[in-house]
Design a protein around this ligand. Structure first.
Ligand code: KG4
Length: 373
């Protein structure tokens, strides 16, 4: 089976500062040697969302130690690295700037090629990363190369990215060949969970709490509408669900009925409503593609912060089953949210194709970068 990397996958240091996590990782091909994330959640909690200038300051303070920790955990030196990969976008401009500037500086200092990575493309590929096998260091270079390489999938693959900033369906027809088939027109799924969670005083980010509370509630108590049923495209919209939630919460508050039990039920209803919209559109997309071209995708890859949610995985699997499709998910929670291991995987793939920056000092942040090409 053809492989995606060159025969000997390179060891890459990757950096991501696209939002509120300062992340550094060392990967060899698809194998994660270290994946370090310095979270800023506690700093942003009082604001109920990410505060850009605070994020920038925290990235500036955190990146040197995060990079050192990643190298130490991976047990590699600068001389073992073949290249440095960095997220250039999309993301928060002041946050991206820190990572890009740091990566340029490190690449120059250590004479390493620089690779620009699209954060969304990395989320799309995040399920393809694997954990470092036991006894990695005692394996021969040939054994390491075999494990760290990645068999080329049968294309096309469908990537479903569900995070706090994005919700989209992407068709991948080869590495770097991405086409958006549907995307949110307003809020992202995670953003909707976070915003409604804020109305319910669940803290920030609310997504994980919504998942926990939903397990204790009855989804039938609060029904959410199914958005965009009459549109014949595969775009998404979560803002209507948010407005519906606000109205219902206000009604509950007025009659003093927003107690703990109602909050659990509300979370169950909200989560069901958000995921029902996503899977409804996904089912529509798969049915359309199957009708047009038989079995349209070989696999479905899930990525993004909300991919950590077990109910989402379950409902996606149920949607995929009639189409004979399996869902690939990131191997641990850290790979769902923002992280640099996924940046390293894509960086390594670009490196093996010679896609390094020819003018590294000219590399700039691209806050509005899209995954389409
Ligand atoms: O990919 P990510 O780390 O970054 C952004 O895109 O900002 O995703 C963060 C999002 C947040 O909205 C968070 O609430 C959501 O992922 N999230 C979850 C869960 N874990 C994180 N949503 C639902 N269930 C979870 N278990």
């Amino acid at each position: 089976m053809p492989k995606l990397f060159s025969a000997q996958p390179a060891t890459i240091l990757a950096i991501d500062t696209s939002c509120d996590d300062t992340a550094a990782a060392v990967v060899k091909g698809r194998v994660v040697l270290a994946n370090v994330v310095a979270s800023q959640i506690q700093l942003h909690k009082p604001y109920g969302g990410v505060y850009p200038t605070i994020a920038k300051q925290a990235h500036l303070e955190n990146w040197p130690a995060t990079v050192s920790k990643a190298l130490a955990q991976a047990q590699v030196d600068w001389s073992d690295l073949a290249a440095l990969a960095v997220t250039v976008g999309p993301g928060l401009a002041p946050a991206l700037e820190v990572g890009v500037t740091a990566a340029k500086q490190l690449a120059l200092e250590h004479h390493l090629p620089l690779i620009s990575v699209n954060h969304l493309e990395a989320h799309a590929w995040s399920s393809q990363v694997i954990a470092k096998p036991q006894a990695w260091l005692s394996l021969t270079p040939a054994q390491q190369a075999e494990i760290s390489n990645l068999a080329e999938p049968t294309w096309p693959v469908l990537a479903v990215i569900v995070s706090g900033g994005n919700s989209l369906f992407v068709e991948i027809t080869g590495f770097g060949k991405n086409r958006v088939l549907g995307k949110t027109l307003d809020d992202a799924a995670g953003e909707c969970l976070d915003k409604v969670g804020r109305m319910l005083s669940l803290g920030y980010p609310a997504g994980p709490t919504v998942e926990d509370f939903a397990k204790l509630g009855d989804a039938k108590k609060f029904k959410f509408p199914l958005p965009m049923t009459t549109s014949d495209n595969f775009d998404l919209s979560f803002s209507g669900l948010k407005t519906h939630a606000r109205n219902e919460i206000e009604k509950l508050i007025q009659v003093d009925k927003l107690d703990q039990a109602a909050t659990y039920d509300f979370c169950a209803g909200l989560q069901t409503g958000v995921f029902r919209h996503l899977t409804h559109k996904l089912g529509k997309l798969l049915a359309f593609r199957a009708a047009v071209s038989g079995r349209a995708f070989s696999q479905v890859w899930l990525g993004g912060g909300v991919a950590a949610n077990m109910a989402l995985r379950q409902t996606l699997r149920t949607t995929l089953k009639p189409f004979g499709l399996k869902l690939s998910v990131p191997y641990n929670q850290r790979l769902c949210g923002d992280n640099a291991a996924m940046i390293g995987l894509v960086g390594g793939l670009k490196f093996s194709q010679g896609l390094i920056e020819k003018l590294p000092d000219k590399v700039e942040r691209q806050p509005r970068l899209t995954i389409d090409n």
